[in-house]
Design a protein around this ligand. Structure first.
Ligand SMILES: O=C(O)CCC(=O)C(=O)O
Ligand SMILES: [Fe+2]
Length: 203
C-alpha cells in the first residue's frame, strides 16, 4: 500500500513559501485507502459554539491520538480513538517524509460538495506556538484556499488537492494565514482528509 520510494515534491501552480506538497500515494493506493477509511472510521456529527449558539459542523469528523491527547475546539470534544494499523503506518510515512512527528490525526469526511470547512487557522493554544500540520487528501478533489490574516502581506490563492496528495503547512502558516475548503455544490463525490497534528496538552 505504501510507496517504497521517497516521493518528489510537487511544483504548486500557486506556490506559497510555507506550503509543501507531495504525491504520497498513487491513484490506486489512494483509492484503496479511501474506501478502507470511509468504512472503518467511527464518524461523528460534530458541533461548535459561535455567538452563544451551537451549530452542526458541515462535515463529519473523527479523532485518533496517543493516550491522553484530546481534541477540543469551540467547546466541542471528540472521542479519542487509538491508532488503527493503517493510520499508524501513515503517521510513520508522513514523519519520514516531512521530518515532523505527530501525536494525533483529525479525520474530516466531506460527504459531498456541500460539506466544507470555513475560513480558520489551526492556532489554538494546545497546538503550541508554531503549529505544523500535515494534511493527506483522499477521494474527490477539492480546492484548498488560503488568505493572509489582517496585517500580513501576501495574496489569497488556492490549490486543488487530489487524492493521494500530502500538504505540509509549516510554521508560521497558522499564525499568519487562514485556510478553507469551501462548498463546491457541483461535486457529488466524498472527500476524506487527514490532518496530522502535534498537540501539547494544556494544564
Ligand atoms: O480538509 C482539508 O483539506 C482541511 C481541513 C482543515 O483545515 C482542518 O481540519 O483544520
Ligand atoms: Fe485547518
Amino acid at each position: 500500500m505504501l510507496a517504497a520510494m521517497t516521493p518528489a515534491p510537487l511544483i504548486l501552480p500557486a506556490p506559497h513559501p510555507l506550503l509543501n506538497c507531495w504525491r504520497l500515494l498513487d491513484a490506486a493506493a489512494a483509492e484503496q485507502l479511501f474506501h478502507a477509511l470511509c468504512a472503518g472510521i467511527p464518524w461523528t456529527d460534530g458541533s461548535y459554539l459561535a455567538a452563544g449558539r451551537r451549530f452542526r459542523l458541515p462535515r463529519q469528523q473523527a479523532w485518533f491520538s496517543d493516550a491522553g491527547i484530546d481534541y477540543r475546539y469551540a467547546q466541542n470534544l471528540l472521542n479519542s480513538h487509538g491508532w488503527t494499523p493503517p493510520l499508524a503506518a501513515l503517521r510513520e510515512q508522513v514523519a519520514q517524509l516531512t521530518g515532523h512527528r505527530f501525536n494525533a490525526v483529525l479525520a474530516n469526511l466531506y460527504r459531498d460538495g456541500e460539506d466544507h470547512v470555513g475560513w480558520h487557522a489551526d492556532d489554538e493554544a494546545d497546538l503550541g506556538p508554531a503549529p505544523v500540520i500535515a494534511s493527506l487528501s483522499l477521494g474527490a478533489t477539492r480546492a484548498f484556499h488560503w488568505r493572509p490574516k489582517p496585517g500580513v502581506a501576501g495574496a489569497a490563492a488556492s490549490l486543488p488537492l487530489e487524492a493521494g496528495t500530502l500538504l505540509l503547512m509549516r510554521a508560521p502558516f497558522q499564525q499568519q494565514w487562514e485556510h478553507a475548503v469551501p462548498a463546491e455544490p457541483d461535486i457529488a463525490g466524498a472527500r476524506l482528509n487527514l490532518t496530522f497534528r502535534r498537540v501539547f496538552p494544556q494544564p
